[in-house]
Design a protein around this ligand. Sequence first.
Ligand code: IP8
Length: 269
Amino acid sequence: MRDRVVIKWGGGLITDKAALKTPRIDVLDLLAEQLERCLDNEMDVVLVHGAGSFGHLKAKQYRLAEGRVNAQEIKGELTQDEAVEEVRQDMLDLNEHVMNALTKRDISAVTLPPHQWARNTGPHFNGDLSLFQDAPPGIVLVTYGDVVECDGDSEFGILSGDDLVVRLAVELPRVKRLVFAMGGVDGVLAEPPQPGREQHLLTTLEREQVFRGDHASEIDVTGGIGLKVERGFLVLAHGVEVILVCGEAQERVADACLGHSVRGTRLVA
Ligand code: IP8
């Protein structure tokens, strides 16, 4: 029986986060190559990707993470409903770039867009994971952070990829580890990166340890590195390993997925 790994490709890694709808094709190609290495080593993969500049900028402008707000409070040309549709389409466009990178390497993959199967936000969102569970060996199932329908007055909200990975890693059988591939950092740093100062990487991280996440709240409507760590600890509590690595460094994502020792941050109980 093949083991499974759940991988999150961060939005800040696969897109240029400051420029609207700009994918980093070279990074996607590198990540696809490493994903193929996992499959070649008998490790099945569930892939979740973030939104980066395909989701956060517009979602922030139209306050989609807050759900329905008074139309007069929205500053922009679109209504919130139009913004929901546009962000969903933008995410489909980003997903197409992801799928192209996989297809270039002949990796068989199927996308399940959350707005079609998930409801509500947070790590306990609703949605049937059986399609992920029933995937034949070697077929990569792909999903991503999206705008989903919500119960109650909020009507819609943002389901982050960092929440999707929790249920996928905990509920699917044979998941060995969860790997967060991030852009621009080697893992969790003791303090936010500063130009000219050496990064102090925390190679292991316990829940009680204090750290300050560098969360660019002006562009990121979900949670930055703090959310990944928080969600990571939920997963770790179920006996699944959790590692955060730099996704731009050759081989680190594949090494982490395959259980080799790697530069990054490992969550410890
Ligand atoms: O980048 C956010 O997903 P994340 C999804 O995984 C949108 O947190 C549409 C902003």
